[in-house]
Design a protein around this ligand. Structure first.
Ligand code: RB5
Length: 148
């Protein structure tokens, strides 16, 4: 299961990605937003992140205008590793090295084809573990240090 959410700036890209993910045979949970009205991206960043942390989805995708606000918000949730990516190399590395459990995209930055390519690269990649796991463990330690 993949959970996907956006604000108004990512709405049309969200629809395109839901079609792409469904064509890939994946189950998709749409966390909104569902209309053109201006909404606050942290609300959707929280919703998607908490769905992943609760184990109700394996991975999450977040889209706002630039992707910046969503990535800042999602990374406040302990256990979330949200990666804002703009090219295929970054999308692949986000999984191989960072084991990103949330991919973040800019709806006003990417066209639909590029966004599908980025999501595909992230989904097709596998976490390499090893020294990269040690680095993720240090990020978890940071979370523990500042989340008391
Ligand atoms: C909304 O206008 C815009 O600020 C938002 O979509 C996002 O780009 C924030 O980082």
């Amino acid at each position: 299961m993949i959970v996907i959410g956006s604000d108004h700036g990512g709405l049309s890209l969200k629809s395109a990605l839901i079609s792409y993910l469904t064509r890939r045979g994946l189950q998709v949970l749409d966390a909104g937003t569902s209309g053109d009205a201006s909404v606050d991206y942290p609300d959707y960043g929280q919703k998607v992140s908490e769905t992943v942390i609760a184990g109700q989805a394996d991975l999450g995708i977040l889209i706002c205008g630039t992707g910046i606000g969503m990535s800042i918000a999602a990374n406040k949730v302990p256990g979330i590793r949200a990666a804002l990516v703009t090219d295929v190399f970054m999308a692949r590395m986000a999984k191989e090295h960072n084991n990103a459990n949330v991919l973040v995209l800019g709806g006003r930055v990417l066209d639909e084809q590029k966004a599908c390519d980025l999501v595909g690269a992230w989904l097709d990649a596998a976490f390499e573990g090893g020294r990269h796991q040690n680095r993720l463990d240090k990020i978890t330690e940071l979370e523990h240090k500042y989340n008391k």
